[in-house]
Design a protein around this ligand. Structure first.
Ligand SMILES: [Zn+2]
Length: 406
């Protein structure tokens, strides 16, 4: 009796956690966690990850039984900004992010140093999704007809804009350059050197001199990111069916390999041989835009499922979608469940059955696992809840009945 009274007295204090995610399989690659754990959230931050947290210490407890609880996913290649409307290909960040567990999107070069202030004011600062950016080395940005104009590639102007937007601009993008020279890559790398930030390259067109070997072994720096790594458009896979040795040599130098699936950059005939040679991507990203989202790409979860069915472990797939991209963009406070980190969380389910996955050519590969996002939290708030797990049953729900009768 005395003990019960004591327990009651202890729990008479206000609950310490706003929300408790109980009994989920937590996968937090940064912290080496891969087991059933409870996650306590308070004031929008991760308060505690532990084997058992008492439900009486939380205002609300949600059962995570049978589900995976991971850091909010980070998609480091998306397109969520249009300079001119209509006519662009960008998607709306909040319309795509949370429903697939993505809490951070990095826009990959849709804006350049001329247009970034407009992007920031109209989109970044008004979105619920955390939006960061690789700034296009072309001042006008993507889809403006200026991507082949070296006069637009001003490394100092790009570096200045990055300096004015610390923590939001996380690097520079070189994209779609037809060549024949290196102006685009060199400009982006120079901006990267001026700021200490990484570069992401969509390598555009290649020729005899402007080739993968020169890019990965000479031009890029360790930590720079080669996106569209399984596209096959730039001799990533040789005619022999073997992977270009420049890929492995680049990796040894510290070059990062990112998926950037998009509408035309992920093919089974490249991905399957790459996996056979044990060459796996460092990060998973969508290259989300209006032409990729309804085709083979679909969303982050669909690409994660593709790699899971290719043979990556679930732990590796989560690492490629959380902690690896956080490190790539030098944002170590993201992509993990450290106590004190903003509570960005994805709750995932892995379904077993017969599924089909389509590449950028429209070719299908079957698989028996499919990742589905059940719930997403952004800064501790439930922003996506597929099955209403955070909601109360309608029979006991305290409806505030409203009459709209005049
Ligand atoms: Zn792109």
């Amino acid at each position: 009796m005395a003990l019960l009274v004591l327990a009651g007295a202890l729990h008479a204090q206000p609950p310490q956690y706003d929300l408790l995610l109980k009994g989920g399989h937590v996968i937090d690659p940064k912290n080496g966690i891969d087991r059933i754990m409870d996650v306590g959230i308070s004031g929008g931050k991760i308060a505690k990850v532990a084997q058992s947290i008492d439900s009486r210490d939380a205002k609300q407890t949600i059962s995570m039984s049978g589900l995976y609880v991971t850091p909010g996913l980070i998609d480091i290649h998306a397109h969520v900004y249009l300079w001119k409307e209509p006519g662009g290909e960008a998607a709306q960040a909040d319309a795509h992010s949370f429903r697939s567990g993505v809490t951070t999107m990095v826009d990959a070069g849709s804006s350049g140093w001329r247009t970034f202030p407009d992007f920031r004011a109209r989109i970044i600062d008004r979105s619920k999704t955390r939006i960061l950016a690789f700034l296009n080395i072309v001042g006008a940005g993507m889809g403006t007809g200026k991507e082949d104009d070296p006069a637009e590639m001003d490394a100092r102007a790009a570096a200045k804009t990055a300096g004015e937007n610390p923590g939001v601009i996380v690097g520079f993008k070189s994209a779609h350059y037809a060549g024949p020279g290196w102006e685009s890559v060199d400009g982006a790398v120079k901006a990267g050197e001026l700021t200490g930030l990484p570069v992401m390259v969509d390598f555009g067109r290649v020729n005899a001199a402007r080739n993968l070997n020169a890019l990965l072994l000479d031009k890029l720096r360790p930590g720079d990111i080669y996106t569209h790594c399984f596209s096959g458009h730039r001799e990533e896979l040789l005619d022999s069916g073997r992977l270009n040795p420049a890929m492995e040599a680049g990796r040894k130098r510290g070059i990062i390999f990112d998926i950037g699936h998009g509408a035309g950059s992920f093919y089974w005939y490249v991905a399957v041989p790459a996996y056979a040679e044990h060459f796996y991507p460092d990060s998973i990203s969508t290259d989300l835009h209006i032409n990729s989202m309804n085709a083979g790409m679909k969303d982050m979860n669909n690409i994660m499922s593709k790699l899971l069915n290719l043979g990556s472990s679930l732990q590796d797939v989560i690492r490629m979608s959380t902690w690896n991209p956080a490190k790539e963009i030098k944002r170590p406070l993201l992509g993990n469940l450290d106590a004190g980190a903003e509570a960005d969380i994805a709750v995932l389910r892995v379904d077993r059955g017969n599924f089909g996955f389509v590449d950028s050519a429209g070719a299908r590969k079957s698989g028996n696992q499919s990742i589905v996002c059940e719930m997403t939290l952004r800064a501790g708030k439930v922003v996506w809840d597929l099955n209403g797990r955070a909601s109360q049953d309608w029979k006991t729900f305290p409806y505030q009945k409203q009459s709209w009768k005049k």
